[in-house]
Design a binder for this molecule. Structure first.
Ligand SMILES: C=C(OP(=O)(O)O)C(=O)O
Ligand SMILES: [Mg+2]
Length: 416
């Protein structure tokens, strides 16, 4: 009774890139949940459709009433049933008619409303009373590729993990210290540096990929020494973005170098070993399961080899990756698959097979903090949600609040 849905409201709001996205309010008899959908720039080709033609305006004029009339009277606790109803309303297998961004915002808002109906925070409602592990934040330090402008590195994200941090506060401030240090270091290498930042708040340096890798490592070391904890470098290469299918090569335009798959395997392995990278995401094109498999067999014992565009949070595609041993980590972005229950199914399969779920933001974000709760509820070892910027700190500051609420919080144990 407490969680029976009484009203559904859908509105158009801004995302961090200035594009329109959808925010959904769910009102129950005794609760309220609000969630907004993010959006990607370097999207995997097998992600569900974000919005149909007509975008958010069409959702508000044509879809909102359809969803409200089905959901009002249902129990917000029955999230799996509600996700099925959304699928039925959509009627396609990739949310092409009402948009995965619409369904994911409804699905997350419903679960938040259910939690609020019983006066529980979402992480506890979904994860249970014994949940006490906090994920390490993968902080975004420098941006290139599709998240930056011309002259930036081809590698999309230069990331760090403060693996020695004892709690989330120490972790997020370690990340912001490295971000500050990098500004100084970039200025020594790039005389034209204006202090510009990319979509996720990392600096955009006008330097080669190699120079960016060097200063990333230097910043980790110097700040790590200053504050007395180990900080490890990490990458999201987003390699699908610079894979040329005709030439069958990865084109590093900033360095004037192209690499075939064999060269790319060697190049990435060398980076991982030279810089002791703890995590490398999307080092190959989204279709290259063999490249992933080869790299994972070479470095998977010491580094998270993580698939984003290749798996798109899709359980069936992940199953193929597991069968091939293509990766030991998977990015979890709820709007890649369109609902919370489908997201959970993928997380469950990953965990059952020792593939680490890495809960992630998108490059276009809002101040919605839901993924902080999902990361804790799912027991994710890592959360990827930037380091700075209002839409990024919304999640990081929520983790600080969650840690404060837990009776016996510990940082999750990373097995790398
Ligand atoms: C967050 C990412 O970018 P986007 O949201 O543009 O896919 C990513 O590639 O991991
Ligand atoms: Mg990625």
């Amino acid at each position: 009774m407490d969680s029976v849905i009484e009203d559904v409201r859908v509105r158009k709001i801004l995302d961090s890139r200035g594009n329109a996205t959808v925010e959904v309010d769910i009102l129950t008899w005794n609760g309220f949940g609000r969630a907004a959908a993010p959006s990607g720039a370097s999207t995997g080709s097998r992600e569900v459709v974000a919005f149909p033609d007509g975008g958010v305006d069409k959702i508000i004029s044509e879809v909102e009433d359809l969803i409200s009339s089905e959901l009002i009277g249902m129990d917000a606790e029955d999230i799996a049933d509600i996700d099925l109803v959304l699928k039925e309303i959509d009627g396609t297998d990739n949310y092409a008619s009402i948009g995965g961004n619409t369904t994911v915002a409804v699905s997350m808002a419903v679960s938040k409303a259910a939690a609020a109906s019983y006066n529980l925070p979402l992480y506890k409602y979904l994860g249970g009373n014994l949940v006490n592990e906090i994920p390490y934040p993968l902080g975004n330090m420098m941006n290139g590729g599709a998240h930056a402008g011309v002259n930036a590195p081809d590698i999309q994200e230069f990331l760090i993990v403060p693996v020695g941090a004892n709690n989330i506060t120490e972790a997020v401030f370690a990340n912001s210290s490295v971000h500050k240090k990098l500004k100084e270091l970039i200025q020594t290498k790039d005389s034209l540096f204006t202090g510009g930042k990319g979509d996720e708040g990392g600096w955009i340096p006008n330097v080669s990929n190699d120079v960016a890798l060097e200063i990333q490592a230097q910043a980790c070391e110097e700040v790590g020494d200053e504050i007395g904890i180990k900080i490890s470098p990490a990458l999201d290469m987003a390699a699908s973005e610079f894979w040329d299918a005709n030439q069958e090569k990865y084109i590093y335009s900033q360095d004037n170098v192209s690499r075939d798959t064999g060269d790319q395997i060697e190049f990435v392995k060398d980076i991982i070993e030279t810089y002791n990278m703890i995590y490398v995401e999307d080092p190959f094109d989204e279709a290259d399961f063999d490249g992933f498999k080869e790299l994972n067999s070479l470095v998977g014992d010491k580094c998270f080899v993580c698939g984003d565009d290749i798996f798109v949070t899709n359980k069936e595609i992940l199953a193929k990756g597991i069968e091939m041993n293509a990766a030991n980590a998977i990015i979890i972005k709820p709007n890649q698959i369109g609902s919370l229950s489908e997201t959970y199914a993928t997380v469950k399969l990953a965990k059952e097979n020792d593939v680490a779920p890495v809960v992630s933001h998108r490059s276009g974000e809002t101040t919605d903090e839901t993924i902080a709760h999902l990361a804790v509820a799912f027991g994710a070892p890592l959360i990827k949600t930037g380091a700075l910027g209002g839409e990024r700190i919304a999640k990081l500051n929520e983790l600080i609040r969650i840690e404060e609420e837990l009776s016996n919080p510990i940082m999750v144990k990373l097995d790398k």
